[in-house]
Design a protein around this ligand. Structure first.
Ligand SMILES: [Zn+2]
Length: 334
Protein backbone atom coordinates (compact mmCIF):
# COMPACT_ATOMS: atom_id res chain seq x y z
CA UNK A 1 0.00 0.00 0.00
CA UNK A 2 1.13 3.58 -0.69
CA UNK A 3 -0.21 6.84 0.60
CA UNK A 4 -2.20 8.50 -2.20
CA UNK A 5 -3.44 11.98 -3.08
CA UNK A 6 -6.94 13.41 -2.84
CA UNK A 7 -8.22 12.65 -6.33
CA UNK A 8 -6.66 9.20 -6.45
CA UNK A 9 -8.16 8.39 -3.06
CA UNK A 10 -11.60 9.54 -4.21
CA UNK A 11 -11.28 7.52 -7.44
CA UNK A 12 -10.13 4.38 -5.61
CA UNK A 13 -13.17 4.58 -3.35
CA UNK A 14 -15.57 5.29 -6.22
CA UNK A 15 -14.21 2.29 -8.14
CA UNK A 16 -15.12 -0.15 -5.35
CA UNK A 17 -18.83 -0.88 -5.78
CA UNK A 18 -20.43 -0.21 -2.38
CA UNK A 19 -24.08 0.05 -3.29
CA UNK A 20 -26.02 -0.09 -0.01
CA UNK A 21 -25.98 -3.69 1.23
CA UNK A 22 -22.62 -4.41 -0.44
CA UNK A 23 -20.32 -2.14 1.58
CA UNK A 24 -18.01 -4.94 2.79
CA UNK A 25 -15.16 -4.57 0.28
CA UNK A 26 -15.06 -0.79 0.47
CA UNK A 27 -15.16 -0.81 4.28
CA UNK A 28 -12.29 -3.30 4.48
CA UNK A 29 -10.17 -1.34 2.00
CA UNK A 30 -10.78 1.90 3.84
CA UNK A 31 -9.96 0.35 7.23
CA UNK A 32 -6.73 -1.13 5.86
CA UNK A 33 -5.72 2.17 4.24
CA UNK A 34 -6.30 4.25 7.37
CA UNK A 35 -4.44 1.66 9.44
CA UNK A 36 -1.55 1.87 6.96
CA UNK A 37 -1.52 5.67 7.41
CA UNK A 38 -1.11 5.18 11.15
CA UNK A 39 -4.61 5.54 12.57
CA UNK A 40 -6.13 3.31 15.23
CA UNK A 41 -8.91 1.73 13.20
CA UNK A 42 -11.93 -0.26 14.22
CA UNK A 43 -14.22 -2.03 11.79
CA UNK A 44 -17.51 -1.77 13.65
CA UNK A 45 -19.85 -4.59 12.63
CA UNK A 46 -23.16 -3.44 11.10
CA UNK A 47 -24.56 -6.60 9.44
CA UNK A 48 -23.14 -9.50 7.44
CA UNK A 49 -19.72 -8.33 6.22
CA UNK A 50 -20.81 -4.65 6.35
CA UNK A 51 -18.84 -2.42 8.71
CA UNK A 52 -18.49 1.17 9.82
CA UNK A 53 -14.91 2.41 9.89
CA UNK A 54 -13.91 4.34 13.03
CA UNK A 55 -10.41 5.85 12.97
CA UNK A 56 -8.96 7.74 15.91
CA UNK A 57 -5.71 8.83 17.57
CA UNK A 58 -6.78 9.98 21.03
CA UNK A 59 -10.44 9.92 22.14
CA UNK A 60 -11.84 12.46 19.66
CA UNK A 61 -13.45 15.81 20.49
CA UNK A 62 -14.35 16.45 16.87
CA UNK A 63 -15.24 13.75 14.36
CA UNK A 64 -15.45 14.15 10.61
CA UNK A 65 -18.02 11.76 9.28
CA UNK A 66 -19.84 10.70 6.13
CA UNK A 67 -21.05 7.52 4.46
CA UNK A 68 -19.48 5.25 1.87
CA UNK A 69 -22.55 3.39 0.66
CA UNK A 70 -24.07 4.59 -2.60
CA UNK A 71 -27.35 4.40 -4.46
CA UNK A 72 -27.54 2.09 -7.49
CA UNK A 73 -26.52 1.74 -10.24
CA UNK A 74 -22.77 1.57 -9.74
CA UNK A 75 -20.59 3.23 -12.38
CA UNK A 76 -16.82 3.66 -12.13
CA UNK A 77 -14.81 6.87 -11.96
CA UNK A 78 -13.59 8.95 -14.89
CA UNK A 79 -12.10 12.42 -15.16
CA UNK A 80 -13.57 14.80 -17.72
CA UNK A 81 -12.08 18.27 -17.84
CA UNK A 82 -12.19 19.74 -14.35
CA UNK A 83 -14.59 17.15 -12.96
CA UNK A 84 -14.47 13.73 -11.34
CA UNK A 85 -17.43 11.58 -12.41
CA UNK A 86 -18.61 8.31 -10.88
CA UNK A 87 -21.12 6.87 -8.44
CA UNK A 88 -20.34 8.42 -5.08
CA UNK A 89 -18.10 11.14 -6.57
CA UNK A 90 -20.18 13.72 -4.74
CA UNK A 91 -22.40 11.56 -2.47
CA UNK A 92 -20.25 10.91 -0.58
CA UNK A 93 -16.88 9.32 -1.45
CA UNK A 94 -15.34 12.57 -2.71
CA UNK A 95 -16.32 14.10 0.62
CA UNK A 96 -14.86 11.12 2.45
CA UNK A 97 -11.54 11.53 0.62
CA UNK A 98 -11.47 15.25 1.52
CA UNK A 99 -12.12 14.40 5.19
CA UNK A 100 -9.27 11.88 5.21
CA UNK A 101 -6.90 14.45 3.70
CA UNK A 102 -8.03 17.08 6.23
CA UNK A 103 -7.55 14.68 9.14
CA UNK A 104 -4.11 13.76 7.81
CA UNK A 105 -3.09 17.41 7.61
CA UNK A 106 -4.30 18.02 11.17
CA UNK A 107 -2.42 14.93 12.37
CA UNK A 108 0.75 16.13 10.64
CA UNK A 109 0.38 19.37 12.64
CA UNK A 110 0.27 17.35 15.87
CA UNK A 111 -3.51 17.53 16.34
CA UNK A 112 -4.69 14.22 17.83
CA UNK A 113 -8.24 15.09 18.96
CA UNK A 114 -9.90 14.69 15.54
CA UNK A 115 -11.43 11.34 14.58
CA UNK A 116 -13.05 9.87 11.49
CA UNK A 117 -16.27 7.85 11.27
CA UNK A 118 -17.26 6.42 7.92
CA UNK A 119 -20.63 4.77 7.78
CA UNK A 120 -22.47 2.07 5.89
CA UNK A 121 -26.17 2.20 5.16
CA UNK A 122 -26.95 5.91 4.93
CA UNK A 123 -28.95 5.60 1.73
CA UNK A 124 -31.39 3.03 3.13
CA UNK A 125 -32.45 3.60 6.70
CA UNK A 126 -29.14 4.64 8.31
CA UNK A 127 -28.44 1.28 9.96
CA UNK A 128 -24.70 2.07 10.06
CA UNK A 129 -25.31 5.34 11.90
CA UNK A 130 -27.61 3.67 14.43
CA UNK A 131 -24.82 1.21 15.27
CA UNK A 132 -22.17 3.96 15.39
CA UNK A 133 -24.26 5.90 17.88
CA UNK A 134 -23.60 3.20 20.47
CA UNK A 135 -19.81 3.47 20.12
CA UNK A 136 -18.06 3.96 23.50
CA UNK A 137 -16.07 6.97 22.19
CA UNK A 138 -19.25 8.88 21.25
CA UNK A 139 -20.01 10.28 24.71
CA UNK A 140 -16.72 12.12 25.01
CA UNK A 141 -16.99 13.80 21.61
CA UNK A 142 -18.12 17.43 21.38
CA UNK A 143 -18.82 17.96 17.69
CA UNK A 144 -19.87 15.83 14.74
CA UNK A 145 -19.10 17.29 11.32
CA UNK A 146 -21.24 15.33 8.89
CA UNK A 147 -20.38 15.54 5.19
CA UNK A 148 -23.10 15.63 2.56
CA UNK A 149 -23.14 17.68 -0.65
CA UNK A 150 -24.16 21.18 0.48
CA UNK A 151 -22.13 23.19 -2.06
CA UNK A 152 -19.74 24.01 0.75
CA UNK A 153 -22.36 25.76 2.89
CA UNK A 154 -23.05 24.91 6.53
CA UNK A 155 -26.47 23.41 6.99
CA UNK A 156 -28.64 25.44 9.35
CA UNK A 157 -31.42 22.87 9.30
CA UNK A 158 -32.57 19.75 7.47
CA UNK A 159 -36.09 18.55 6.93
CA UNK A 160 -37.37 15.40 8.57
CA UNK A 161 -39.52 12.62 7.18
CA UNK A 162 -42.86 11.25 8.23
CA UNK A 163 -44.06 8.38 6.08
CA UNK A 164 -47.61 7.27 6.84
CA UNK A 165 -49.86 4.59 5.45
CA UNK A 166 -53.49 5.56 5.02
CA UNK A 167 -55.85 2.60 4.97
CA UNK A 168 -59.50 2.89 3.96
CA UNK A 169 -61.92 0.07 4.64
CA UNK A 170 -65.20 -0.47 2.78
CA UNK A 171 -67.62 -3.25 1.93
CA UNK A 172 -67.57 -5.26 -1.27
CA UNK A 173 -70.69 -5.43 -3.44
CA UNK A 174 -71.62 -6.12 -7.04
CA UNK A 175 -71.01 -2.90 -8.93
CA UNK A 176 -74.52 -3.09 -10.41
CA UNK A 177 -75.84 -2.50 -6.88
CA UNK A 178 -73.32 -0.07 -5.38
CA UNK A 179 -75.81 0.97 -2.71
CA UNK A 180 -75.15 -2.40 -1.02
CA UNK A 181 -71.44 -1.69 -0.67
CA UNK A 182 -69.14 0.98 0.59
CA UNK A 183 -66.22 2.08 -1.59
CA UNK A 184 -62.86 2.21 0.16
CA UNK A 185 -61.35 3.94 -2.87
CA UNK A 186 -63.86 6.80 -2.68
CA UNK A 187 -63.08 7.19 1.03
CA UNK A 188 -59.34 7.26 0.36
CA UNK A 189 -59.78 9.86 -2.38
CA UNK A 190 -61.91 11.98 -0.04
CA UNK A 191 -59.19 11.75 2.62
CA UNK A 192 -56.48 12.83 0.16
CA UNK A 193 -58.58 15.72 -1.13
CA UNK A 194 -59.20 16.79 2.46
CA UNK A 195 -55.46 16.59 3.18
CA UNK A 196 -54.84 19.06 0.33
CA UNK A 197 -56.95 21.60 2.18
CA UNK A 198 -55.21 21.14 5.54
CA UNK A 199 -52.95 23.84 6.94
CA UNK A 200 -49.57 22.20 7.51
CA UNK A 201 -46.72 23.45 9.73
CA UNK A 202 -44.26 26.07 8.48
CA UNK A 203 -40.82 27.03 9.76
CA UNK A 204 -38.93 30.28 9.09
CA UNK A 205 -35.79 28.38 7.98
CA UNK A 206 -37.21 25.28 6.33
CA UNK A 207 -40.36 26.73 4.81
CA UNK A 208 -43.63 24.87 4.39
CA UNK A 209 -44.24 21.19 5.02
CA UNK A 210 -44.68 19.38 1.76
CA UNK A 211 -45.69 15.87 0.94
CA UNK A 212 -45.91 13.32 -1.83
CA UNK A 213 -48.55 10.67 -2.26
CA UNK A 214 -46.03 8.15 -3.54
CA UNK A 215 -47.96 4.88 -3.50
CA UNK A 216 -51.59 4.04 -3.93
CA UNK A 217 -53.46 0.76 -4.37
CA UNK A 218 -56.92 -0.65 -3.85
CA UNK A 219 -59.84 -2.63 -5.17
CA UNK A 220 -60.21 -6.19 -6.39
CA UNK A 221 -61.88 -5.99 -9.82
CA UNK A 222 -63.54 -3.40 -12.09
CA UNK A 223 -67.02 -4.74 -11.28
CA UNK A 224 -66.65 -4.89 -7.49
CA UNK A 225 -67.19 -2.02 -5.09
CA UNK A 226 -63.71 -1.88 -3.53
CA UNK A 227 -63.49 -3.17 0.05
CA UNK A 228 -60.03 -1.74 0.71
CA UNK A 229 -57.62 0.91 -0.52
CA UNK A 230 -54.41 2.37 0.78
CA UNK A 231 -51.90 5.09 0.07
CA UNK A 232 -48.46 5.97 1.41
CA UNK A 233 -47.80 9.62 2.00
CA UNK A 234 -44.27 10.96 2.56
CA UNK A 235 -44.21 14.25 4.43
CA UNK A 236 -41.00 16.30 4.45
CA UNK A 237 -41.35 17.84 7.87
CA UNK A 238 -40.11 21.20 9.14
CA UNK A 239 -40.44 20.71 12.91
CA UNK A 240 -41.88 18.33 15.51
CA UNK A 241 -44.02 15.56 14.05
CA UNK A 242 -46.63 16.36 16.70
CA UNK A 243 -47.40 19.55 14.76
CA UNK A 244 -48.73 17.40 11.90
CA UNK A 245 -51.12 15.55 14.20
CA UNK A 246 -54.16 17.82 13.81
CA UNK A 247 -54.10 17.41 10.03
CA UNK A 248 -53.65 13.63 10.22
CA UNK A 249 -56.26 13.22 12.95
CA UNK A 250 -58.79 15.11 10.85
CA UNK A 251 -58.60 12.29 8.25
CA UNK A 252 -59.50 9.61 10.78
CA UNK A 253 -63.17 9.14 10.06
CA UNK A 254 -62.21 8.23 6.49
CA UNK A 255 -58.95 6.32 6.91
CA UNK A 256 -56.84 4.57 9.51
CA UNK A 257 -53.33 5.90 9.65
CA UNK A 258 -50.09 4.21 10.71
CA UNK A 259 -46.52 5.48 10.76
CA UNK A 260 -44.03 3.68 8.52
CA UNK A 261 -40.95 5.84 9.11
CA UNK A 262 -40.14 8.88 11.17
CA UNK A 263 -36.95 10.94 10.97
CA UNK A 264 -36.91 14.22 12.88
CA UNK A 265 -36.15 17.60 11.33
CA UNK A 266 -32.80 18.83 12.67
CA UNK A 267 -31.57 22.30 13.55
CA UNK A 268 -27.81 22.48 13.35
CA UNK A 269 -24.87 24.33 14.82
CA UNK A 270 -23.57 27.14 12.63
CA UNK A 271 -20.20 28.89 12.81
CA UNK A 272 -19.52 32.54 12.13
CA UNK A 273 -17.85 33.18 8.81
CA UNK A 274 -19.40 30.15 7.09
CA UNK A 275 -22.26 30.65 4.65
CA UNK A 276 -25.37 28.75 5.78
CA UNK A 277 -28.42 27.29 4.11
CA UNK A 278 -31.37 25.04 4.94
CA UNK A 279 -31.65 21.71 3.14
CA UNK A 280 -34.68 19.66 2.17
CA UNK A 281 -33.03 16.25 2.56
CA UNK A 282 -32.35 14.10 5.61
CA UNK A 283 -28.95 12.72 6.61
CA UNK A 284 -27.43 10.33 9.16
CA UNK A 285 -27.32 13.18 11.70
CA UNK A 286 -30.56 12.37 13.57
CA UNK A 287 -29.13 8.91 14.33
CA UNK A 288 -25.72 10.16 15.52
CA UNK A 289 -26.82 12.37 18.39
CA UNK A 290 -24.45 10.71 20.89
CA UNK A 291 -21.46 12.21 19.03
CA UNK A 292 -21.95 15.83 20.11
CA UNK A 293 -23.35 18.91 18.46
CA UNK A 294 -23.95 18.24 14.77
CA UNK A 295 -22.76 20.30 11.83
CA UNK A 296 -23.44 19.55 8.18
CA UNK A 297 -21.17 20.61 5.33
CA UNK A 298 -19.60 19.17 2.20
CA UNK A 299 -18.49 20.01 -1.31
CA UNK A 300 -20.60 19.15 -4.34
CA UNK A 301 -24.22 19.57 -5.24
CA UNK A 302 -27.20 17.50 -4.14
CA UNK A 303 -28.62 18.22 -7.62
CA UNK A 304 -26.27 15.70 -9.26
CA UNK A 305 -26.21 13.19 -6.38
CA UNK A 306 -28.20 10.03 -7.19
CA UNK A 307 -28.14 10.84 -10.95
CA UNK A 308 -26.18 9.21 -13.79
CA UNK A 309 -24.32 12.52 -14.13
CA UNK A 310 -22.95 12.35 -10.59
CA UNK A 311 -19.73 14.34 -10.42
CA UNK A 312 -17.74 16.83 -8.41
CA UNK A 313 -15.48 19.71 -9.42
CA UNK A 314 -11.94 18.73 -8.45
CA UNK A 315 -11.15 22.30 -7.37
CA UNK A 316 -14.13 22.21 -5.04
CA UNK A 317 -12.89 18.95 -3.58
CA UNK A 318 -9.49 20.51 -2.93
CA UNK A 319 -11.07 23.54 -1.23
CA UNK A 320 -13.07 21.16 0.96
CA UNK A 321 -9.86 19.85 2.53
CA UNK A 322 -8.97 23.39 3.71
CA UNK A 323 -12.56 23.93 4.81
CA UNK A 324 -12.65 20.77 7.01
CA UNK A 325 -9.26 21.64 8.50
CA UNK A 326 -10.30 25.17 9.47
CA UNK A 327 -13.73 24.08 10.71
CA UNK A 328 -12.17 21.40 12.95
CA UNK A 329 -9.68 23.94 14.31
CA UNK A 330 -12.47 26.44 15.02
CA UNK A 331 -14.50 23.82 16.87
CA UNK A 332 -11.55 22.56 18.90
CA UNK A 333 -10.85 26.14 19.99
CA UNK A 334 -14.40 26.55 21.36
ZN1 LIG B 1 -25.21 11.16 1.04
Amino acid sequence: MDSIGLVELARTLVDIDSTTGREGDCGRWLAAYLRYLGWTVEGQHVSGDRINVVATLEPPQVVLSTHFDCVPPFFPSRIEGSRLYGRGACDAKGILAAQVMAAERLRADGERRVGLIFLAGEERGSDGARVANGHPLARGCRFLVNGEPTDGRLGAATRGILRVRLLARGRAAHSSMPELGESAIEKLIDALVQLRGCTLPEDPLLGRTHYTVGLMSGGVAPNVVPPHAEAEVMFRTVGPVADLRPALDSLRPLVEESTVLEVPAVFLKTVEGFETAAFPFTTDIPFLDAWGKPLLIGPGSILVAHTDEEHIEIAELERAVDMYVSLAQRLLAE
